[in-house]
Write a protein that binds this ligand. Structure first.
Ligand code: UDP
Length: 244
């Protein structure tokens, strides 16, 4: 068992991994990584490694779930048994089911659902390695996978969390900060529309601290958004080069 760290913020104001309070973990994003899907994306955010694959819009099975006026967005978030220190059972946990719902609801407002009546769009999220903030990194990747599948959207959705550790509000919590810290506020944003699609809070914060954390998380989303756009562009530049 890992020992509880003495302090999450050192005398210089730096965190366990050397980051400043308002610093993101290193992020790497790739779009179009799974040729067998209609759209896909891969994200590495710190030690998180997450794949998102999209199928659709296509005929929905079972058919009785189909809606006459819009597509049905379905999402499955899954953690690989080897993604965390203590082996995770491959059976869906309550947390997996909750996160699947939360992620779907964060993405739904961005998609023009009414364009594809009587169909379904399936989003599959596979967490290969987890280190805190997987719901946010999953949303960031899944939104790109939807865009890669050519699904018309109002905007990309970008997500990031902020929280409190050792009485300091910090951005993009990693696993130890998430577990040992005081609170966690995951936020998802459509940056171009400035519309929030997810806002959760785990832990206890004063109103002032909550506002500070939510604003810091929004700032984090705005920093990740250009990285998403770059990753999308990189995919299409490579496709164009192959075609030429
Ligand atoms: N975690 C774990 N075992 C589990 C589920 C989660 O070790 O069965 C870790 C994992 O690193 C995850 C973190 O706990 O990222 C925080 O989980 P939380 O439920 O807060 O969601 P997240 O922060 O990943 O969105």
């Amino acid at each position: 068992m890992s020992r509880k760290p003495e302090k999450l913020i050192d005398k210089k104001g730096l965190r366990l991994d050397g980051r400043k309070p308002d610093e993101l973990r290193p992020i790497k994003i790739e779009v179009g990584v799974l040729p067998n899907t209609d759209g896909s994306a891969y994200i590495q955010q710190g030690k998180n490694k997450i794949l998102a694959g999209v199928y659709g819009p296509r005929e929905l099975h079972p058919k009785h779930l189909a809606l006459p006026d819009r597509t049905v967005l379905r999402c499955r978030y899954r953690m690989a048994p080897f993604s965390v220190q203590e082996r995770k059972s491959p059976a869906p946990s309550r947390r997996d089911i909750e996160l699947s719902k939360v992620i779907r609801e964060a993405l739904e407002p961005s998609v023009f659902l009414e364009y594809y009546p009587r169909t379904g769009i399936d989003i599959h999220i596979e967490v290969l390695q987890a280190d805190g903030g997987t719901r946010c990194a999953s949303i960031t990747a899944a939104s790109l996978a939807l865009a890669d599948a050519g699904i018309p959207m109002q905007d990309l959705v970008t997500a990031c969390a902020a929280g409190k550790v050792d009485n300091t509000i910090v951005l993009d919590l990693m696993d130890t900060e998430d577990k040992e810290g005081g609170a966690d506020v995951p936020v998802a944003l459509m940056p171009n529309l400035n519309a929030i699609t997810l806002l959760q809070m785990d832990g206890i914060l004063s109103l002032e601290e909550f506002e500070k954390a939510a604003n810091l998380a929004l700032e984090g989303c705005r920093k990740i958004y250009p990285m998403q756009k770059e990753a999308l562009k990189a995919k299409y530049v490579s496709v164009k080069e192959v075609e030429e």
